[in-house]
Design a protein around this ligand. Structure first.
Ligand code: NAD
Ligand code: GLY
Length: 361
């Protein structure tokens, strides 16, 4: 097991990465105020892993109930969030009851938001079971649900007490979902870690083949990058925004196509290519840089072009981005591989041209 720390003073917490961690209730027990927990999962993940977690908790004397939600990005909404509250109320959960999010980023984001608001805030633990959740969404305390006009528009910052990334759960992850997670892994290389990007270029085939050592290393590097950024800027007043490389374009793809049609990671990959294209137009990336960025996304099994939504719809949806300030769109671009910049000066025709260059004809 490898352990990293998200350093946030009294709210610091560990990220444990390893094989079989869903059974390590001994890592959970010391964090509980009372020996009671509520596990929230979905219809896909629960049949695979819920019993293991419940049994491990029972073995250390923790009574764990469960709430099972429907599966999918389309359910990251008010109605489904309310089902968590219904379950917590029906089970008479208290302010001391710890919630455990068992699933991918959709479950993690919704359970985190429920924990942020139930009885004005209860503790929660992330047990992420997708690569995307293990390298990104389970770390950093961003919690949210979607609005039909914008991704993650309603939410809160609420840090977990612990992240337990069980690499063994990735064995059952569909290949398309593994690729989606790799989009966020590649992101860390692009925004601040050129050495990691080069390692990814050399090792992408091992990752796609689910080599355990390669996955552990990629998850650790990703979480180390994210933990540093979150510790420096928990509520995204500045540098944390670079974690959104490709996301402004990508969120427009997700909302524009209907949530769940394009996976989040797929939309981020196509969005990163649009950001790379715009960075080339700004004179910051060379043709060779863009070719490397395209090649690594292709090697990860990710799309390098977005869907042919009307350009006007892209721009309309992008205008809802949380980074918009005083009506001005701010985008994460690249000054080089491993060097992100937050840019509010790209002319609208250039943004349109970058999208046009990177959508299906
Ligand atoms: P997801 O949660 O929808 O999971 C993907 C699919 O895999 C689902 O069908 C799920 O049921 C299934 N699944 C999960 N674990 C499995 C396993 N071990 N075996 C088999 N199937 C499994 O999607 P995701 O990619 O994990 O997360 C995407 C979400 O994360 C988006 O809503 C995105 O906005 C959010 N996100 C949040 C942050 C953040 O900082 N909070 C960062 C990145 C992404
Ligand atoms: N995934 C973006 C962030 O955590 O800030």
């Amino acid at each position: 097991m490898r352990t990293l720390k998200v350093a946030l003073g009294a709210r610091s917490y560990p990220i444990h990465i390893g094989d079989g961690l869903r059974r390590r209730a001994d890592l959970i027990l010391p964090l509980l105020k009372t020996p009671r927990a509520m596990i929230v999962s979905n219809e896909t993940v629960a049949p695979l892993y819920l019993d293991d977690v419940v049994a491990a908790l029972a073995a250390v004397g923790v009574d764990a109930g469960h709430i099972i939600l429907p599966d999918g990005e389309a359910y990251k909404d008010w109605a489904t969030l309310n089902r968590i509250f219904d379950g917590l109320m029906a089970a008479r959960c208290e302010r001391s009851t710890t919630l455990i999010a068992l699933g991918g980023g959709v479950i993690g984001d919704m359970v985190g938001f429920a924990a942020a608001t139930f009885q004005r805030g209860v503790p929660f633990i992330q047990l992420p079971t997708t690569l995307l959740a293990q390298v990104d969404s389970s770390v950093g305390g961003k919690t949210a649900i979607n609005h039909p006009l914008g991704k993650n528009m309603i939410g809160a910052f609420h840090q977990p007490r612990l992240v337990l990334a069980d690499i063994a759960t990735l064995a059952t992850l569909p290949a398309r979902e593994l690729s989606a997670g790799l989009a966020e892994v590649i992101k860390y290389g692009l925004i601040r870690d050129a050495a990691f990007f080069a390692w990814l270029e050399d090792n992408m085939a091992r990752l796609v083949a689910r080599d355990g050592d390669a996955l552990a290393y990629a998850i650790e590097c990703s979480c180390a990058n994210k933990a540093e950024i979150v510790a420096a800027d928990e509520t995204e007043q500045g540098v944390r925004a670079i974690l959104n490389l490709g996301h402004t374009f990508g969120h427009a793809i997700e909302a524009g196509m209907g949530y769940g049609e394009w996976l989040h990671g797929e939309a981020v990959a196509a969005g990163a290519m649009m950001a790379a294209e715009l960075s080339r137009m700004r004179g910051w990336l060379t043709d060779a840089d863009v070719a490397r960025i395209e090649a690594i996304h292709r090697a990860a099994g990710l799309p390098v072009r977005g869907p042919a939504l009307p350009i006007g719809q892209y721009l309309e949806l992008m205008a809802h981005d949380k980074k918009v300030e005083g009506g001005r769109l701010r985008l994460v671009l690249l000054e080089g591989i491993g060097r992100a910049v937050i840019d509010g000066d790209s002319p609208r025709p250039s943004i349109e041209a970058a999208i046009r260059e990177r959508i299906d004809a």
